[in-house]
Design a protein around this ligand. Structure first.
Ligand code: JFZ
Length: 421
């Protein structure tokens, strides 16, 4: 149990502990926009007037929605937490907000989807994340804050009220994933002032001392959020790459999207996040009936099968600065390092500039011990690999070192040219 300070605050290091262990989560974008099936920005991109778009609420009745099913798909994929859209930019709430009548409990669905999601997550032992969009396209004051100042104020008021509802009515929340902090013609450095983010996040942390908050309310908080790319933050800074399984044209359901990432691509992204001590938040966009499409579930199932064997290279991973060349990349856990192989090297894998003694090397999945040769200049040769790669989306060699594996510093950059015994 994390220690609380007298103020009730919990240190960021304590709050980040589970997040580093988790490494892998499910993002869910669901809402009225699933019905037209042209992505979650359809209202804005097609300039659909508010009242016309709101008619979708009369058709919102995801009969196949089953929170336990969503959670089970995430858990089987090896995901340890979820982040679900409680309200996206279109303003429609998937929770029973008392400050809006534009919500799932006022639709034919008639239920608080967020409450059911939270219950299912807790039952399955997954951490609970809420996505919440600050902006709400229904407010003219979002687009023209000087022309409609009262509307802009009302939109900010709605944020504070609804975030407090989410922080006080659904038990312990582990991640608050803000979005939509950008305001037309407002410099980034003034966003926090517009949304009154310091006051907002003080309230959040008062109610939820353990929570992790991302960087999209205009203040840095706990997590950077590279979107549709995997880019590590500086050591010590929390970060999470969020990405769609389909191509990057939309997070909500897109009925006719022909482009989906391959399983090897998705696993390489997961490994790349783990190598940078970051997390990978992989998105699904459920269909109008609330079920998740096969193109997404099939890939998640395959990732789960891979994680079942190789998860030790991902969960609670640390950075490892050893070179990996074109073979792939390294993750680490203490003195054990994991060479995640994306391009099979053949019968042997050669790693230069290894500055630590190897105790053993094993091809995970096959359980095959490898021959180890360490040459004078730090060159490590792992041999005894099959010529052809085992049929896996990615392979992993686990190398156990006698001390923390660090690269050798090349004092003489030409020294490697002359082989030494
Ligand atoms: C935002 C949302 O607009 C999108 O619908 C989805 O929810 C995603 C996870 O977050 O997408 C963004 C946010 C920021 C930028 C671009 C897309 N940006 O800063 O360029």
């Amino acid at each position: 149990m994390a220690r609380k300070r007298s103020s009730g605050a919990v240190s960021q290091q304590e709050r980040m502990r589970w997040f580093h262990k988790a490494r892998f989560g499910m993002f869910v974008h669901f809402g009225l926009y699933a019905i037209p099936g042209r992505g979650e920005w359809v209202m804005y991109r097609e300039r659909i007037p508010t009242d016309e778009y709101a008619k979708l609420a009369d058709r919102f009745n995801p009969k196949k929605f089953d929170a336990d099913e969503w959670v089970s798909i995430a858990k089987q994929a090896g995901m340890k937490y979820m982040v679900v859209t409680t309200r996206h930019h279109d303003g429609f709430c998937l929770f029973d907000s008392q400050v809006s009548d534009y919500k799932s409990t006022n639709s034919p669905f008639g239920r608080d989807l967020v409450a059911e999601y939270v219950t299912a997550c807790r039952k399955a032992g997954l951490k609970v994340g809420f996505y919440y969009s600050l902006l709400d396209w229904r407010f003219p004051g979002y687009f023209e804050r000087d022309k409609y100042p009262d509307s802009a104020k009302a939109m900010v008021r709605q944020v504070h009220q609804q975030v407090e509802e989410l922080m006080t009515r659904y038990g312990r929340i582990d991640v608050l994933w803000y979005d939509g902090g950008w305001v037309p013609d407002l410099p980034h450095e003034r966003q926090a002032g517009f949304w009154q983010s310091k006051k907002l996040n003080n309230m959040v942390r008062r109610h939820q001392p353990h929570i992790l908050i991302n960087n999209r309310s205009g203040t840095n908080e706990d997590l950077d959020t590279p979107e549709q790319h995997v880019t590590a933050s500086d050591p010590g800074r929390g970060w999470e790459s969020c990405m769609t399984i389909g191509d990057s044209c939309g997070w909500g359901y897109i009925r006719n999207n022909p482009n989906f990432k391959t399983v090897p691509q998705l696993i390489q992204n997961l490994c790349r996040a783990a190598a940078g001590e970051g997390n990978y938040l992989l998105n699904v966009g459920p269909k109008p009936d609330g079920s998740i499409r096969n193109e997404e579930t099939s890939r998640l199932k395959a990732i789960g099968e891979w994680v079942d064997t190789y998860g030790e290279a991902i969960y609670d991973s640390q950075r490892c600065d050893l070179p990996a060349g074109q073979i792939g990349l390294w993750t680490r856990k203490g003195n054990d390092a994991y060479l995640c192989i994306f391009r099979w090297p053949g019968k042997e894998a050669v790693v230069p500039l290894v500055g630590a003694k190897v105790k053993s090397a094993t091809l995970l999945g096959e359980g095959k011990r490898l021959k180890v040769r360490q040459e004078h200049n730090g060159r490590l040769v792992l041999s005894g690999l099959p010529v052809r790669p085992p049929m896996k989306p990615a392979n992993v060699i686990k190398v156990r070192f006698a001390s923390e594996p660090k690269p050798l510093t090349e004092t003489d950059k030409a020294a490697w040219l002359e082989a030494k015994a």
